[in-house]
Write a protein that binds this ligand. Structure first.
Ligand code: XMP
Length: 253
């Protein structure tokens, strides 16, 4: 089963389209054991309201991929959820391939990659590896932060055709051409979600990060065409994490 189909099924079975970004603030690296325990506790408490968990450098750097993070991935899978690595792969193909091989070997079901790097000797080796192992690749299309317009919002000119296209629309078209499992468009830019959805329709799902802490709302993102919502601090740093996760999940039903 492809990642795209797997998460669709998981979201339906669990009646949730929430992806938890399991992120925590910097801590003294000597306290790594506490960080691992905290991540496991939060995951266990809020898992009924999720379809997947996204891991970022917040955990990979202090805990290590094959030590702490792999324990978390096992727990994610034991709970019946999927695990996404937000590594935003953005290097030459040979390096991207090794990165993908390690993350998939650790058990991640999908990883996030940056289409700015291009196809040949860029993202192709990641897609080849993902297909061989039946894992997913999710592409950035328009990031959630304020400065995203400086790159993703540029207009690009194709000298072969003379056509000018917004960068993020060009990335959405690449997601279709490369058969990506999803694209990321910030919930903070619902109008960009609408534009990307017009290109992708239901063929490639849109993941929208930036809910809560960055100012995006679930309602606007879903209305614009997002399929999955990514929330981190809104849940992980809430006083009552279970309540925050349940509230967000319930707002999407
Ligand atoms: P917060 O706490 O803002 O965390 O809910 C969001 C999480 O998602 C990551 N993030 C993004 N990842 N494209 C991505 O692939 C984006 O546009 C984007 N915006 C935020 C962020 O690093 C954190 O893990």
């Amino acid at each position: 089963m492809s990642f795209k189909t797997g998460i669709e099924k998981t979201a339906k079975d669990r009646d949730s389209r929430i992806v938890l970004a399991l992120d925590f603030p910097f801590q003294n690296p000597k306290n790594r054991k506490n960080l691992l325990a905290k991540a496991q506790d939060v995951l266990e408490a809020v898992q009924p309201y999720l379809c997947a968990v996204k891991i970022n450098h917040h955990l990979v750097l202090p805990l290590g991929t094959f030590d702490g993070v792999q324990k978390i991935i096992r727990k994610i899978h034991d709970e019946g959820l999927l695990a996404i690595m937000d590594c935003k792969a953005n290097d030459i193909g040979a390096t991207n391939q090794i990165m993908a091989e390690y993350y998939y070997a650790a058990g991640f079901d999908a990883l996030v990659a940056n289409p700015f790097v291009g196809w040949e000797e860029g993202l192709k080796p990641i897609f080849d590896t993902a297909r061989k192992l039946q894992r997913g690749v999710i592409l950035l299309a328009y990031m959630s932060h304020k400065g995203a317009d400086e790159g993703y919002g540029q207009t690009v000119y194709d000298p072969k055709t003379g056509v000018k296209t917004p960068q993020y629309i060009s990335f959405a078209k690449k997601a279709l051409k490369w058969d990506a499992d999803g694209v990321v468009v910030g919930a903070t830019h619902p109008e960009k979600i609408t534009d990307v959805h017009e290109v992708l329709m239901e063929r490639v799902p849109i993941y929208a990060p930036g809910i809560g802490a960055q100012g995006g709302t679930a309602e606007a993102a879903l209305k614009a065409g997002a399929r999955y919502l990514i929330a981190g601090r809104e849940i992980a740093l809430a006083e009552d994490q279970v309540e925050a996760a349940k509230k967000l999940r319930d707002s999407t039903r």
